[in-house]
Design a binder for this molecule. Sequence first.
Ligand SMILES: Nc1ncnc2c1ncn2[C@@H]1O[C@H](COP(=O)(O)OP(=O)(O)O)[C@@H](O)[C@H]1O
Ligand SMILES: [Mg+2]
Length: 280
Amino acid sequence: MNAVTVENLTKVYPVPMRRQRVVAVKNLSLAVREGEVYGLLGPNGSGKSTTLKVLLGLVTPTNGQASIFGQDSRDYRSRTEVGFLPENPYFYKFLTAEETLRFYGDICGIPARELTMRIGELINLVGLEDARHRRVGGFSKGMLQRIGLAQALIQNPKLVVLDEPTAGVDPVGSRQIRDLILDLKKRGKTVLLTSHLLGQVQEVCDRVGIMARGEMVREGSLEELTSIDRQTEFVVEDASEELRAEIEKMIRASGARFVASRRPQRNLEGVFLESTAEKK
Ligand SMILES: Nc1ncnc2c1ncn2[C@@H]1O[C@H](COP(=O)(O)OP(=O)(O)O)[C@@H](O)[C@H]1O
Ligand SMILES: [Mg+2]
């Protein structure tokens, strides 16, 4: 069974003052398989958040429908197995990290004893041990995203929906959030996330859909979308000038086309993470 299906979804927002309409999502269909991490990517305003809001029953679709584990998303029961991190989560400033999670856990009806255990686990999971008794009002953006993630996981949902989980978070924090997402996947959760920064999420997603102007423009596995057809790459350490020349000659002699030989590059993020890591 699919964790999520969206079928021919269209959402038109009325703009009453100007008597205009905004077509936020246009005839969109997508499916998220159980156990996978699916990334809905696209520039700002392409309709990602609207799609998630329809899925979570926060916005009524103009046309089409969505379902979660086979249950229509207009039925509140479809949301019992879903955790959600909204785009701009709002937390009560004067509650501590722990109190915040207790607040959400109470809303979900988790019994007090079990909740205390879950809160401990989640605080460890998102790495907020040191901030456990600090007020959320003083949290950095990265810490807010992490408490938001913990909140989304409080009732141990099967599906986790994250709207821009790494937005506004520095590379170290965003690395931690991505590790967390991979961890969720390992524990069998299905994750649906959005991002307008492709590089930040591409390594965690099994499949991605790319939206533009409310429509799905590309969809597939990362491999399908990013591999260059008909090319092969070798990486060799300590190759001499002669060896390189020899290899190039062999390739040309075989009738294949020699395209390039170059030093592999690390991405700048790798350099950043390595240079700012704490020395132990
Ligand atoms: N409540 C709303 N009323 C009117 N227009 C909206 C509303 N929410 C979003 N929009 C418009 O719908 C389009 C898609 O927005 P959104 O789904 O937030 O995109 P994304 O999450 O990809 O940035 C944008 O043009 C946005 O301005
Ligand atoms: Mg958005």
